[in-house]
Ligand binder design. Structure first.
Ligand code: SF4
Length: 170
């Protein structure tokens, strides 16, 4: 089902779109090197060993949510290793909230970014301004992944930790 006039994307695509359009294109076109990354492995370990009492790895359509906590309202949790890419992580959670609200009709939902290694968390709610940002981000993803080849890489400090480093720079 379309969301905000765009096709359905995964949270990873939302996050990558705010990090690097080359990475977004490679991932979306099935060039996957992610499993060889030590950082990704560490992230999975943190996720698998944290929050053991919650309902984890909830899959709704193509949306994979780390875990969901149900109290008075539904809270979507996304577990991350560090805050270095916090803006990308925030929009990943905003997208999940919007998806539950707009597509599934669940209104009483908010989000939480969890950083168990740092013992920190950030509460997230959707505002009209963020919805406008999301719409722009989704349009940008749709345009980028349809390109016949990946956008040229642009060097950034993040590249050294990216699974696509060799693809882009070696
Ligand atoms: S190595 Fe850098 S330029 Fe290449 S995909 Fe990763 S973040 Fe983007």
């Amino acid at each position: 089902m379309p969301i905000l006039g765009a096709p359905l994307f995964t949270g990873t695509q939302i996050s990558y779109s705010l990090v690097c359009s080359t990475k977004l294109w490679l991932f979306s076109n099935n060039v996957t090197m992610e499993f060889s990354s030590d950082l990704v492995g560490m992230g999975r370990f943190i996720h698998e060993t944290s929050y053991s009492r919650e309902r984890k790895n909830v899959i709704i359509d193509r949306i994979g949510i780390d875990f969901v906590k149900k109290g008075d309202r539904i809270t979507i949790h996304e577990v991350k290793k560090s805050k270095k890419l916090d803006e990308a992580h925030r929009y990943q959670v905003y997208y999940y909230i919007h998806y539950l609200q707009a597509v599934l009709g669940i209104q009483d939902v908010d989000g939480m970014l969890d950083y168990p290694e740092m013992r920190k968390r950030e509460h997230l709610t959707l505002t009209d301004d963020i919805r406008v940002d999301l719409e722009r981000i989704l349009r940008n993803i749709a345009e980028t992944i349809r390109l016949p080849r990946p956008p040229p890489p642009v060097k950034k400090t993040y590249c050294k930790k990216c699974a696509y480093f060799e693809f882009c720079w070696v």
